[in-house]
Design a protein around this ligand. Sequence first.
Ligand code: ADP
Ligand code: ASP
Ligand code: MG
Length: 460
Amino acid sequence: MAKLVVSKFGGTSMGDADCMLRSAEVSYRQGSSLVVVSATSGTTNDLIALGKTAETQSWPDAEKILTKIQERHLKIAGDLRLPADSVKLLETLFEEMSSLAKGIHLLKDCSVKALDTLVSLGERMSSLLFTQAMSQVLKKHNSEKTAELLDVRKVLRTDDSFGKAKPLTAEVAALAQKHLSFLREGQRVVCTQGYIGMTEEGNTTTLGRGGSDYSAAILAEGVSADVLEIWTDVAGIATTDPRLCPKAQPIREISFKEASELATFGAKILHPATLLPAIRKNIPVFVGSSFDAEARGTWVRKDVEDHPLIRAMALRKKQVLVTLSTPEMLYAHGFLFQIFKIFNDHKVSIDAITTSEISVSVTLDDSTLLNKKLIADLSQIADVQVEENLALISLIGNNINHTAGLGEKIFKAISDINVRMICLGASKHNFCFLVSDEQGPEAIRRLHSCFIEAGSEEMA
Ligand code: ADP
Ligand code: ASP
Ligand code: MG
């Protein structure tokens, strides 16, 4: 039986009609049965701006953004010679976008729930256009396969945490069985949306920014795919973000564990949760460039051949360090429990943590500070100190917590940069610490030069 391939294309791969046709060509060559697409480049940002502008500014200001989004999609529709029935569907989506923005403007209220429905239009418009591109490519190759559009909300069931909804794995599997069991026959290429889902009650949700990777992985798990492909604007996962360090090198193969750490600790190339479904079902993941499909790209697998001490490094900006201190922690038990309970009640996840006798420091995304109630609740049980403008640097590799001299080598490379907090020991795949946001990129470049460019073999 043919392999079941799920492919995901990000925003830049949907940039214009040529990008869509190029991505469709890649899907054709890879034999993809399910293609998951992001909104066209910049559209999610524009839709968020539309919601905020409609809420707080004049209607003509909001209308300008509406027009810009519509024109971008009409241009692609024209270039792809979208058939009349699909043009009608696109116009219906434009009408929905305009009505939602108008509603937000009249109410002067852009709730996360309303915003989720508004931003869902990005993926709903791009997938409609991409289906046409896919159709054209199949015809060009005289393929017997047909391209069809699926509203992913029929399958991607989530909870109701609007803005950051959690997919419900068992429900998705059952719905995939109901709506997509024909995929293995290999006769139809289903084109659908990343990033969005639907609650049991029929409300549209989103999985959080960059969530299309995660959607594709959840769907790959739901249909028991053989391979998940993530096509983006770089030829695979590199040793660090190439935008940060021009000497970043492509990684041919990386383990699930290392790649998960890399994604969790800030490498934008993969949404942090992407690999969870792939790990659960042991589905190998390929990351490649839709602009250069011949380039080798990266395979993410359970087992890999080499296990370097330092494989890659990531930088996560805009971190805050929250330190909670109270003398009551001395010789007492239950303090950590109380802290974690408060974070849990607010659904806030902690990234790194260190403790002393009377204090606990945790790192969080700076957006967490907008949650005034969280800080107020924490203040009930401890003194709360907040330090902002920090960056979390993570070195990812193998056997990190059992290698003598590694710490010395790291801190020597950045000896003139102040380190605010260090986390080592919990994972053999990760060593992370905080520096100032300003010095983060320089720290990465120095560590990259020391461990990757010079080679880390002598430490291993
Ligand atoms: P897409 O729209 O296709 O989802 P993203 O912009 O979300 O693409 O992710 C791709 C970007 O991730 C790259 O352009 C690159 O700048 C960035 N990136 C961050 N860390 C890495 C890394 N380790 N390797 C490759 N790219 C990385
Ligand atoms: N379009 C969404 C975003 O820009 C999801 C994605 O591209 O993965 O965040
Ligand atoms: Mg992305």
